[in-house]
Design a protein around this ligand. Sequence first.
Ligand code: ADP
Length: 441
Amino acid sequence: MPAYRQAKDQLTHIKKVAQITVQKNEVELLKATLPGTRLPIWLLDCPSLFEREGGPYTSTKGETWPDNAQRFAVFSRVIAAIATDQIGLDWQPDILHCNDWQTALAPVILHFEKSRPGIIFTIHNLAYQGVFPYSTFVDLQLPSELWSFDSMEFYDEFSFIKGGIVYADQVTTVSPTYATEIQTKEYGAGLEKLLQFHSEKLTGVINGINKEEWNPNKDNNIDTTYSIKTLSLKTKNKLALQKELGLEVGGNIPLLASISRLVAQKGIDLIVGVLPYLKNFKVQYVILGSGEKALETALTKAANTNPEQVFVRVGYDETLAHKITAAADFFIMPSRYEPCGLNQMYSQHYGTIPIVRKTGGLADTVIDETSKSAESIKNTGIIFEKDSAVDLLKAIIRGLDIYSNKTIWEKMQLNAMRQDFSWKNSAMQYLDLYTRILDKQ
Ligand code: ADP
């Protein structure tokens, strides 16, 4: 990864292992160990490109850095140089695993090399494609043959992500359903035809969750830790949160929650649509998030209108996120599209029942099927299909109905907590893909 200051600051014993000049940029390769592990990591140090105030892709004001194409072209070129042992490390990888458009030029550059490693390219969110004007293509001095519709040209513009899709040996997304969805017009963001064409090499592997960080039995952020064996203690977290946020305190009041970036992708407008109807039910709803101003304002307004039932905290707060996940009965996630999604997995791990829209990773990780009897239910959550506030409301009402039947409710909570969202599962699938690529070479 680039040597962002925040990354460098967390490392000790950094060693400079190589140096390279790429399009007039001096880049140093730094080696260190990922804190708490024995995993070696390399950082590409080029302060003029990567050490800036603000985020990796935007300034402190949230404006996209104007030289993002140049920044990640340099990044990709150094990766390609490492992958072909042109940087003096005397080492070459068997597999290069690139993530998102920022790395997508590496497979392109390697396409022109005689001896290259196997390449896998993972799409984490197809909405972010790295599309730039033709002049950027010219500036980057790439071979003119790449300017074609089956290469990197995209409706008269220059698309980084197309490079990854076209030139990698395998392409993955972060859930099987999303891998299928992005081949349709509705979810394909203009790339559906290209993805259909490459469908033979396109698969989905669901992300795992960090069970050290998200474990109700070890979580230092929450009022009372609990596990499958001590599930009844979960309620104490609800009481503590209600008290902390100034809501009516009561273990039997169903508590709904959402923690999210407040953007259209996450279906926040459906939540806004539902909030006025909560008056008809004895429920509370806690929302934590930040993002688009209009959504922040709409949610805050709803909370001000109905403070007995709705609590909204605008901001980013990891401790509060843990408290909410442990305290809530339902986690609402009505995403329009969701490449994988983490919160529905955290919630299930905490015995908090997710209510989700049937899309992407949500459809792959939440179980909601009809069963013959109450005893045999395998369900771990509630799924609804249409992206409409009415359908979300209906799903919530269905949830409240189940909540009132303590036997089924508890069965569902235990089912949810028993789901395996470990990285081990996903790692095995990646290993399988790596092996397949190597076998073909
Ligand atoms: P995305 O990456 O699309 O935002 P994910 O569900 O994959 O969605 O991951 C979002 C992560 O960010 C989760 O761990 C979630 O808890 C966290 N998160 C989002 N908004 C906030 C917030 N306002 N405060 C704390 N954590 C947040």
